[in-house]
Write a protein that binds this ligand. Structure first.
Ligand code: SF4
Length: 457
C-alpha cells in the first residue's frame, strides 16, 4: 500500500525537454507526485526529488541527460535525501544502461511507466536501491485519466500513444512503442470534466492522430464529431496529423463543425521529393501530398497550414533538396518547422552510408528558412485591419495586456481587462506578424465583421 504522505511536503523539480507530449507527461508526473504530498518547486536547489523528462528526437539526447545530472552533483553531496530520476524517451531507449553510466542517478522510468512513478520513488527511498521501470505495456488497453492540476483556459489531452509508421529517421516507435488509442467514451468523459473545470479549448495529442481508432471502431473524424456534438468544449485543436491518413471524411467534419474545430492544420511533409519520401518510408509521394493539401484547402477554405521539413536526409541530392524548396513556394505554409537531419539510435536512416556533410545541411536549412520568412511575412499582411474572434488564455508579460489565439493559431496580444480571459472576443488587428497579431478590442458594428475561417489568402 502506497504511503499517501510519501513526499512529506518535500520539493519536486521536473526538467522537461522535447515536444508537447513530454510537457503533458510532466504535468501527469507532477499531479501523481502531488497526490503523495510532494510540492512542486521552481528550482532544483529547493528540491528533494529531481526528475529529468528527456527527449530523444533532437541531437545528443543522452549527452544532455549526462550533463544535466552532472550539474546536480553538488546538490546531491549536500543533501543525502535528494533522489534523481530520468524519465521520457532517453530513459525508454537506454533503460538499465543509463543507471550503469550515470552513478548519480537513482531511478529510470520509461514512457509507459509514468503511472508507476510514486511506487518507484517510494522504493528508492525505502530500500535505498536504484530502480528501473521501462517495459512497454503493449497488451493492456490504453486507458488513462487526463491529469491537469490547475487547468487554465486550454488543456492538452492524450488520445493515443506510440506510432506504427517507422519513418526511417524517427526514434519514436522505439521510445513510445506501438500505437494504442484511448476509448472514445473515456475521452468524452475526460473532456466533459475539463469543461466543467473551466477549460474552453482542448488540444488532442498523438504522434499520428489520424490513425486514432477507439475499441468501438470510431476513427479520428468520428471522435472530433462526437466531441463537437456531445460536449460543450468551445474549441478543438489536434496535433500531429500524418498526410497519408488525412482523408475527405476528416475534411468534411472539420468544415461542418468549423465553429469548434480550429482552422489550423499541421501537416508534416518532411521532404518535397518523392524518392526521398520513399527512403524516409513516409507512405506518400510529392504529388499525393499536394493532392492532400488541395483536398484540405478546397474543403476548408482559408485554413492555415504548417509543416515539418528535414533537410540533408542521407543521399538527398541538390535537385531533391530543390524539390523541398519548391514545395514551400508552392504550398505557401504560414509556418514551417525545418531541421537538419541527424541520425537517431535504432533507426534505419542512421545506417545509410550516404550521409550529407554538416555544412551542406546548414546551407540548405538557411536557404529554406530565409525563403519561408519571406513567405510568412507576405501571408501575414492580409491579417492587418481584419477582425478575428480570439479566445483569451492568460495575462501577457506586459502590464495591462492579455493574450490569446485566433482559430488559425495566431498569438494575439491586446490591451484589455483580465476579466476577458476565458472568453472569445472579436479583436481588430493593428499589426500582423507571421505568428503574432497585435490587436485592439472592437465593439459595436465592427464586431459583426469577424473573419474566422474565411480569410482569403
Ligand atoms: S509518423 Fe513517422 S515521424 Fe511521426 S512519430 Fe511516427 S515514425 Fe515518427
Amino acid at each position: 500500500m502506497l504511503n499517501q504522505d510519501l513526499g512529506r511536503g518535500r520539493g519536486v523539480y521536473i526538467s522537461t525537454y522535447g515536444c508537447q507530449m513530454n510537457s503533458n507527461d510532466t504535468e501527469r508526473m507532477m499531479a501523481l507526485l502531488e497526490m503523495v504530498n510532494f510540492i512542486p518547486v521552481e528550482s532544483p536547489e529547493k528540491a528533494s526529488l529531481i526528475i529529468i523528462n528527456s527527449c530523444s528526437v533532437r541531437e545528443k539526447p543522452v549527452h544532455k541527460v549526462h550533463s544535466e545530472v552532472g550539474i546536480y552533483r553538488e546538490l546531491k553531496a549536500k543533501n543525502p535525501d535528494l533522489r534523481i530520476g530520468v524519465g521520457g524517451c532517453v530513459a525508454q531507449q537506454e533503460k538499465q544502461k543509463l543507471l550503469k553510466d550515470i552513478p548519480l542517478l537513482d531511478f529510470v522510468f520509461g514512457t509507459d511507466a509514468i503511472d508507476q512513478l510514486p511506487e518507484l520513488v517510494a522504493k528508492c527511498y525505502d530500500t535505498g536501491e536504484r530502480q528501473v521501470a521501462a517495459r512497454f505495456e503493449n497488451e493492456k488497453p490504453y486507458s488513462i485519466e487526463t491529469m491537469v492540476r490547475n487547468p487554465g483556459v486550454t488543456a492538452f489531452v492524450n488520445i493515443m500513444k506510440g506510432c506504427d509508421n517507422f519513418c526511417t529517421f524517427c526514434v519514436v516507435p522505439f521510445t513510445r512503442g506501438r500505437e494504442r488509442s484511448r476509448n472514445l467514451k473515456e475521452l468524452l468523459t475526460d473532456i466533459k470534466s475539463l469543461v466543467a473545470r473551466g477549460v474552453k479549448e482542448v488540444t488532442l495529442l498523438g504522434q499520428n492522430v489520424n490513425s486514432y481508432e477507439s475499441e468501438c471502431g470510431a476513427d479520428f473524424g468520428q471522435l472530433l464529431k462526437a466531441l463537437a456534438e456531445d460536449t460543450d468544449i468551445a474549441r478543438i485543436r489536434y496535433t500531429t496529423s500524418h498526410p497519408k491518413d488525412f482523408n475527405q471524411e476528416l475534411v468534411d467534419i472539420s468544415q461542418k463543425y468549423r465553429s469548434k474545430i480550429c482552422d489550423y492544420i499541421h501537416l508534416p511533409a518532411q521532404s518535397g521529393n518523392t524518392e526521398v519520401l520513399k527512403r524516409m518510408n513516409r507512405g506518400y509521394s510529392r504529388e499525393e501530398y499536394l493532392d492532400k493539401v488541395k483536398m484540405i484547402r478546397d474543403g476548408i477554405p482559408g485554413v492555415v497550414l504548417s509543416t515539418d521539413l528535414i533537410v540533408g536526409f542521407p543521399g538527398e541530392t541538390e535537385a531533391q533538396f530543390e524539390d523541398t524548396y519548391s514545395l514551400i513556394e508552392q504550398v505557401r505554409y504560414d509556418n514551417i518547422y525545418a531541421f537538419k537531419y541527424s541520425p537517431r539510435p535504432f533507426t534505419k536512416a542512421a545506417r545509410f552510408d550516404d550521409q550529407i556533410p554538416e555544412d551542406e545541411k546548414s546551407r540548405r536549412l538557411d536557404l529554406l528558412l530565409k525563403t519561408q520568412r519571406e513567405i510568412s511575412f507576405e501571408l501575414a499582411k492580409p491579417y492587418d485591419g481584419q477582425v478575428y474572434d480570439t479566445l483569451f488564455e492568460a495575462k501577457s508579460d506586459v502590464e495591462g495586456q492579455i493574450q490569446g489565439r485566433t482559430t488559425h493559431n495566431k498569438l494575439v496580444y491586446c490591451y484589455a481587462p483580465e476579466s476577458l480571459i476565458g472568453q472569445t472576443v472579436p479583436v481588430k488587428v493593428l499589426k500582423a506578424f507571421p505568428s503574432v497579431l497585435r490587436c485592439e478590442l472592437v465593439t459595436g458594428s465592427a464586431a459583426s465583421t469577424v473573419h474566422n475561417g474565411t480569410l482569403n489568402l
